[in-house]
Write a protein of this length. Sequence first.
Length: 143
Amino acid sequence: MENWEIVDDYFCQVCSLPEQGLSESTRALVEVYRSFGLIQNGGLHGYLCSIGDEVLAIAKFYEIVRIDSCANILRLVHDLWCQYWSGPIPDGSDPDDFRDRFGSELDRLEEGFLNREDELMDALAVIVREQSTKAKEVPAPHG
């Protein structure tokens, strides 16, 4: 299996579990994998206009999985979004208007973000393997 398949399978197993039942690294995997997919499909401009300041919390999850470059890009795009939109709540912000205002900068940042897909999948696959190893090490309860 390729790394993206390993990550996708694991994501499908854990994404609907309650957050409090997930380890920090598994929660980070879920948030990173979900956000990366949304950004691939709707661009950074669409993503920021849908979540606004919440992107700062998502950036921290990228740091947990050791993809600091993506975390930094999310923060840079947030800075641009703050120049475009005055409030922390994105309601009413328009992805097309945001893109029109910062098109070339957003293009550059988005390209840098999306070009890290292989690095991201490698890092997430490490988490899956670690979690799978930990699960095998936990003894079954005696009943």
